[in-house]
Design a protein around this ligand. Sequence first.
Ligand code: NAI
Ligand code: MG
Length: 356
Amino acid sequence: MKIAVLPGDGIGTEIVAEAVNVLNALGLKFEMEHALVGGAAFDAHGHPLPESTLKLAMASDAVLFGAVGDWKYDKLDRPLRPEQAILGLRKHMGLFANFRPAICYEQLVGASSLKPELISGLDILIIRELTGDIYFGQPRGRRTAVDGHFPGTEEAFDTMRYSKPEIERIAHVAFQAARKRNKKVTSVDKANVLETFQFWKDVVTEVHAQYPDVELQHMYVDNAAMQLVKAPKAFDVVVTGNMFGDILSDEASMLTGSIGMLPSASLNAKGQGLYEPSHGSAPDIAGKGVANPLATILSAAMMLRFSLNQPDAADRIEAAVQKVLAQGLRTPDIYSEGTTKVGTAEMGAAVVKALA
Ligand code: NAI
Ligand code: MG
């Protein structure tokens, strides 16, 4: 089991160190190799995703990623900015399926802005297609309009597109994930307005024929945005395209109230994956030892489950996280009165201890 460890920038190094400690405490054999990525790689090698880092990632079973970015790189040309590293990894590794679970831990129900009864027991999984849609469709650009409402004026345009195999493979991923959960998939589209998403709906329906044991529901994206805050527990697996998924996954992640708790996985067709917390490099708290390492530790659990075929070890990590929360340990982002405030390293050490 070869893991590429890419801590990145800001709190990335602090939280990944804790996740590595947790992995090392499992009693399994991993080959872990560290490499620079993002701003740290730009400083050392002049590029946010050096060839050597990319090679290591491609040759590994999984990538454990921290976060990249810092305000100090804002003036760089776009291709040299730290954030390009994550886009490059997605592209070169073919990571087309993004998993974002939104789980509400009983001890943190109060951290949500929604009523406790709406989110208590919440456990949903958003699956976002990551390599297609309007984010990558060609042609795109700026030109002088020849028609439309204002011919002769400057305009910009993008192209929304999905091929049949692209929709089929993400649909299979969603139905297979649902089989291991509550056997319900909600496919989110805008078929009433967009041909791309009428096609999406048709193809998902076609793939569904191979999964008669899984319930399929279609929902327009505007309604899905409403239902996510009205009755989030009605969902199990949500599958959608790149742009709708970008927006809905952020909305869903906020249901649980704390970005420091939310893991993510991005998978390719070979089962390789990149595992990272949903948050960024948090330059405002970097170096202070207060970042919540649990999103990264839970990402490591997803890595064990999805890329390394170690579901028991994944269960153990998740149970250990529940245990430290039950003990009342809280980093500042999830702190509430009556609990015990701890730093990054203390939280990581508590999870290691809870594993035993
Ligand atoms: P952010 O997620 O880094 O921070 C947002 C807020 O949440 C901040 O107040 C931060 O202190 C807090 N926060 C985030 N993670 C936390 C944790 N584990 N524990 C406690 N508090 C936490 O988003 P922001 O500020 O918009 O971006 C900062 C940098 O991160 C930018 O350069 C951005 O481009 C980059 N970024 C990188 C991502 C990645 O590496 N995949 C994803 C999102 C942003
Ligand atoms: Mg987003």
